[in-house]
Each structure stands twice: as C-alpha cells, then as structure tokens.
Design a protein around this ligand. Structure first.
Ligand code: HEC
Length: 141
C-alpha cells in the first residue's frame, strides 16, 4: 500500500517536472545570489506588511511597502559589480515583471497611507501578484 502511494507520488513528481513550462534563465552566480537574498527579504517584507495591516498599523504598512518592495527599491543594486546585478541579466519581459511589482507596491503604499482600512485590505493581493506572475514564468534551475 505504502509502496503504491510512493510510486504514485514519484510519477506525479516526474509529470510535474515534464510539464514545467517555466523559462530557464541563466544568471551569473553573483547575480543569482543577489536575487535570492532580495527574494528572502521580499518574503519577510510581505509577511511584516500583512501583520501591520492586520494590526491596523496602516501607515507603517505603507512605509514598509514603499521602502522594501516599492519604487524606492529600484536601482538599489546599481553600485554592485555588473555580474552581481540581477536586472541587466534578465530577459526584458522578466525584468519588466520586477518593475511592475515595484510600481504595484508603491501604489499599495499610497492606499495604505490614506488610512482607509477597507481599501488597504482590498489592495493586499496587488502586493503578491508580481511574485506569482514571475515565479510561474521563470526559473533559475
Ligand atoms: C522578476 C521576477 C520575480 C519577481 C517579481 C519575484 N521573484 Fe521571487 N524569485 C524569482 C526567481 C527567478 C527565483 C528563483 C527560482 C528558482 O530557484 O528557480 C525566485 C526565488 C524566490 C524565493 C526563494 C529564495 C531563495 O533563497 O532561494 C523567495 C522566497 C521569493 N522568490 C519570494 C518572492 C516574493 C515574496 C516576491 C514578491 C514580493 C517575489 N519573490 C517576486 C523571481 C522573481
């Protein structure tokens, strides 16, 4: 019984890998490690923003969104060596998804700064839309 389940799971895993339509993108190792570090910080920021909104701290949520996910983040890697900058090594459409995400976070920040709780909650999914769009389209390995 258990072996049967294991086989089914293995087959499901193989099928998923074969159906994975994401585009493989090759980044220089240094750029990949910059990207991964930024991604982990993204995750932390999203979690903190959710907690701040839940606690009714809308202005703080907006400030975090702008500082850690918004347009304030753009160009932050400009002073790094070229090989350590993810953006210029991405296909243009992927880079654009990143830019769209920063813009969406800044738009969310403005809604949160208005102090309107209903509107801020309604805007929450716009924070994660670009994460999902990019992760479903591209992979590094
Ligand atoms: C422009 C594309 C893009 C956007 C936008 C994006 N990511 Fe990523 N993210 C990636 C890629 C590519 C990887 C590596 C996937 C792989 O390993 O193949 C990644 C990996 C990650 C990882 C794993 C980090 C590690 O240490 O390996 C986390 C966590 C993550 N992303 C969170 C987020 C969150 C949260 C957002 C939105 C706020 C986001 N990402 C937006 C492209 C993106």
């Amino acid at each position: 019984m258990r072996t049967g389940l294991l086989i089914v799971l293995c087959l499901a895993g193989t099928a998923m890998a074969a159906d994975d339509g994401r585009q493989l993108v090759r980044l220089p190792p240094a750029a990949e490690s910059t990207l991964r570090a930024e991604m982990r910080a993204n995750m932390l920021a999203v979690n903190d923003i959710l907690a701040l909104v839940a606690a009714g701290k809308l202005e703080e949520a907006g400030a975090r969104a702008e500082q850690d996910l918004g347009q304030a983040m753009m160009g932050r890697h400009r002073s790094l060596p070229f090989d350590a900058r993810p953006g210029p090594h991405m296909p243009p459409a992927m880079h654009q998804l990143g830019i769209d995400g920063h813009r969406a976070a800044s738009a969310f920040a403005r809604v949160a700064a208005s102090g309107d709780r209903e509107k801020t909650i309604a805007a929450l999914p716009t924070l994660t839309q670009s994460c999902v769009a990019c992760h479903y389209a591209y992979r590094l390995r």
